[in-house]
Write a protein that binds this ligand. Structure first.
Ligand code: NDP
Length: 403
């Protein structure tokens, strides 16, 4: 019998709530809480209509620890799934420690006033979670998340030593809007306007934003222009797999998206430095987010699919080996099942699976703060096949490693 509290009612929160409800034999009582309660109520009504499961809803400001503590105490969950924004990670972790509840999220903490992606703030909670006998599972979406499960699975079953890792992320979907981001616009734009970074020969190589790009071939999709970005899972992967000589993250962007982004950047709309407007301080990027389509509104007529995977080269039994493991996910299928597009779906399903494993599999519930690749990948890989994100693999294919 496991009660779970989901915080955040955006694109990803919608999927997590639906998927937990579909698996109500594990998640026996569910509460969805967010800043705007009406969004939770709308999702709860859809869930009742589509899956015949009633879930509770509540309003909470997740920046406020005492409010979180009161909510957690009154509902009494075993686990909190945090799918609000990265800004709330630390306050929710604090509230979990105060109330003795396990924690899971899908994105690493970021301070609001600096766009900086690193795990240091959350890794610093290691001793406190360990001493409290609680677990915090970090970054359990798709990327971060499944990409680390894939890498751990490759390390366990396919390689004696992994040398080169390329995470390749393609969204070949079309939502019909001139410009929209597939997850929270503020977080998304902060991520891609940063300098790029990849790991090579024991150090980080920094490059100007979007300056390295090549067409990459994606299964069932074809070649798509892909850009090297810094992505947070690289930090824990190179720490946990020290034989990696190079680790990079590639993401596709269409020309229309890039043109819009460049214009917005050039006119200052992506800045996170507050400006004075009609007598009050506003942050241009926050204002931009308010006028862009919400990620949870993109699903209805979204066509096409995503393809995310890991391409790895290394050594097995003294010989060179290559391995590619990936998932393709259809926007329309995701919408049919849980009223969300594939980017939210590919994030929300792994969050539900991580939570399911923490609640049902002793090997997956340990005191301390963990990244996903530190746990046994096998049960996670099994559940991906059962809950909507089946994976494919190819061994010893030619990989375009020297992109
Ligand atoms: P959305 O913007 O669609 O949703 C965010 C939700 O959080 C909204 O419901 C928002 O409430 C709520 N929220 C924001 N601030 C607070 C607060 N102070 N207290 C309570 N609730 C709050 O974002 P997404 O669903 O697209 O993304 C959710 C998370 O998933 C993000 O952290 C994102 O980085 C991560 N993500 C991870 C991916 C992965 O593969 N690992 C991929 C995609 C996303 P309101 O409606 O009132 O604004």
């Amino acid at each position: 019998m496991s009660k779970v509290l989901i915080i955040g009612a955006g694109g990803v929160g919608t999927v997590v709530a639906h998927k937990c409800a579909i698996n109500s034999s594990v998640f026996t009582e569910i509460m969805l809480a967010s800043r705007t309660k009406s969004k939770c109520d709308k999702i709860a009504a859809d869930i009742e209509e589509m899956h015949g499961v009633k879930i509770a809803t509540a309003q909470v400001d997740a920046d406020n620890v005492p409010e979180l503590v009161n909510l957690i105490r009154s509902f009494g969950p075993k686990l909190v799934i945090n799918v609000a924004l990265p800004y709330q990670d630390l306050t929710i972790m604090d509230a979990c420690l105060e109330t003795g509840v396990h924690y899971l999220d899908t994105a690493n903490y970021e301070p609001k006033d600096v766009a900086k992606f690193e795990y240091s703030w959350q890794w610093a909670y290691q001793d406190r979670f360990k001493e409290a006998g609680l677990m915090a599972l970090l970054g359990c979406g798709f990327d971060p998340g499944v990409t680390q499960v894939y890498t751990a699975y490759a390390a366990k079953h396919h390689f004696d030593e992994m040398h080169y890792l390329d995470i390749v992320d393609c969204n070949a979907g079309d939502h019909g809007k001139a410009f929209a981001t597939n997850f929270n616009p503020e977080i998304n734009i902060r991520e891609i306007t940063q300098p790029g970074r990849y790991w090579e020969n024991g150090e980080w190589v920094e490059i100007p934003p979007m300056s390295i790009h090549k067409p990459i071939e994606y299964p069932n999709i074809g070649p798509r222009e892909s850009y090297v970005l810094y992505h947070e899972e690289l930090e824990s992967l190179v720490k946990n797999f020290p034989t990696l000589k190079r680790a990079r993250f590639w993401m596709t962007f269409g020309q229309q998206y890039i043109t819009h982004l460049q214009v917005l950047q050039n006119v200052g709309m992506t800045s996170i430095v507050p400006i004075q407007f009609q007598g009050q301080d506003i942050v241009p990027l926050e204002f931009l987010k308010a006028v862009l389509p919400a990620p949870d509104s993109l699903g209805e007529n979204y066509t096409g699919e995503t393809s995310i995977g890991c391409q790895i080269k290394g050594i097995k039994d003294g010989k060179e080996k290559t391995y590619y493991v990936w998932n393709n996910c259809s926007h329309a299928e995701a919408y049919k099942e849980v009223k969300s597009q594939a980017v939210s779906y590919t994030t929300g399903v792994p969050a539900m699976i991580g939570a399911m494993l923490m609640l049902t599999n002793e090997e997956w519930l340990k005191p301390g703060v963990f990244n996903v690749e530190e746990l046994n990948p096998d049960p996670f890989m099994d559940l991906l096949n059962k809950h909507g994100l089946p994976w494919n693999e190819k061994v010893n294919v030619e990989l375009p490693h020297e992109y």
